[in-house]
Design a protein around this ligand. Structure first.
Ligand code: KIV
Ligand code: ZN
Length: 390
């Protein structure tokens, strides 16, 4: 009842955003990490889009036969056939076909009527079922689609053979209360005939919140990416949504199969493969996610980590909670760093070190360990000299 499937689209939606394109060997390398991570469904590409995407889906299917591999296809004959061919060697293939359903897309992009779109969506699902038992249909721009029509098309594609109905917030326009209501209505309409899936973009910074609201309303599949990469502002961040469930089971009693210790290594590998990493203050995997600089925080943290840390860094694969020493740092943290660096300081030495340290820290963004070592040496020398003079 409370199991939520993680559909990873780092290699598809993530990869199709600027600075994120990956070669076939890079996708296979990244897929290995996603497999370690325990994602349930791994979307490896959009085979009609390029030869590379076709080969990536094929390579991932051969390399990880026990994994459910998905390939994306528009709701056309050629696309579905191409996806099916790319998945030929997959033991657990999923064809993921999509078509826009909002009037904005129908009028300006597709120039088709609602009935035409409904017929094409069903035809694509019927065709896909000839190749795979596991077929997902996505109603692109679902959140700007008329709800009655969305319900009609969702029921129709399930009737045609879709097992999963995905209702994307394609343009990141929805807000949690609204998305929750939409999902609750579609979950009620579909009952146990299909899994309702969500796919949220982050244009308003609400992708994770919207995904959580959807799960609370009955959705049981979340489409997401490592580091939240994806079109424009990105997709729902896998690490954030998974850790929200793990950290707050009292409020969010949902289970995934993600081995959270692999989150940071997966994030690091992705950053090496694409052209950028997460911003330093990115939740869970950012450089500063477990760094404490303010003196009051450092003091509390050193007395008991739970004062300022809600997640054990080791549980997400981050080697150590890091204290950054800078102008906000306190004497307690400085003394502890000196000890880590192998120094034993008298009270007088620590007082003098702290004075020199704050003067230096005022002029820069953070003080490195070698600089602290240098300060300690100079303090020890200066105090030793004045003792000799006395
Ligand atoms: O954002 C979107 O609507 C998509 C679909 C293809 C699932 O990426
Ligand atoms: Zn998307």
């Amino acid at each position: 009842m409370n199991r939520v499937y993680i559909f990873d689209t780092t290699l598809r939606d993530g990869e199709q955003s600027p600075g994120c394109s990956m070669t076939v060997p890079e996708k296979v390398r990244m897929a290995a990490k996603l497999v370690d991570l325990g994602v349930d469904i791994l979307e490896a590409g959009f085979p009609i889009a390029s030869q590379g995407d076709f080969e990536a889906v094929d390579a991932v299917s051969r390399e990880y036969p026990w994994v459910q591999v998905a390939a994306l296809a528009r709701s056309t004959k050629n696309d579905v056939e191409r996806a099916a061919n790319a998945l030929k060697h997959a033991k657990r293939p999923r064809i993921h076909t999509f078509l826009a359903t909002s009037d904005i897309h129908l009028q300006y992009k597709l120039k088709k009527s609602r009935q035409q779109v409904l017929d094409e969506a069903c035809a694509a699902v019927v065709q896909a079922r000839q190749y795979a038992d596991d077929v997902e249909f996505s109603a692109e721009d679902a959140t700007r689609t008329d709800w009655d029509y969305l319900e009609e098309i969702s029921k129709a594609v399930v009737g045609a053979g879709a097992r999963t109905v995905n209702l994307p917030d394609t343009v990141g326009y929805s807000v949690p209360t609204e998305y929750g209501e939409l999902i609750a209505r579609m979950v009620k309409a579909l009952g146990d005939t299909a899994i309702v899936s969500v796919h949220c973009h982050d244009d308003l910074g609400l992708a994770v919140a919207n995904s959580i609201a959807a799960v609370q309303a009955g959705a049981r599949q979340i489409e997401c990416t490592m580091n939240g990469i994806g079109e424009r502002a990105g997709n729902c961040s896998l690490e954030e949504v998974v850790m929200a469930f793990k950290t707050r089971p009292d409020r969010l009693p949902y289970k995934t199969k993600i081995v959270t210790e692999h989150l940071y290594p997966a994030s690091q590998l992705l950053s090496q493969i694409i052209t950028f990493g997460p911003q330093p203050n990115k939740a869970i995997v950012g450089e500063n996610a477990f760094a404490h600089e303010a003196g009051i925080h450092q003091d509390g943290y050193l007395k008991n980590k739970s004062t300022y840390e809600i997640i054990d860094p080791h549980s997400v694969g981050v080697p150590e909670g890091r204290l950054v020493l800078g102008k906000h740092s306190g004497r307690h943290a400085l003394g502890q760093r000196a000890e880590t660096l192998g120094y034993t300081l008298s009270k007088e030495e620590l007082d003098e070190l702290y004075k020199r340290f704050t003067t230096l820290a005022d002029t820069k963004k953070g003080v490195r360990n070698d600089e602290i070592g240098g300060l300690i040496e100079s303090v020890k020398n200066a105090l030793a000299e004045s003792a000799t003079i006395r």
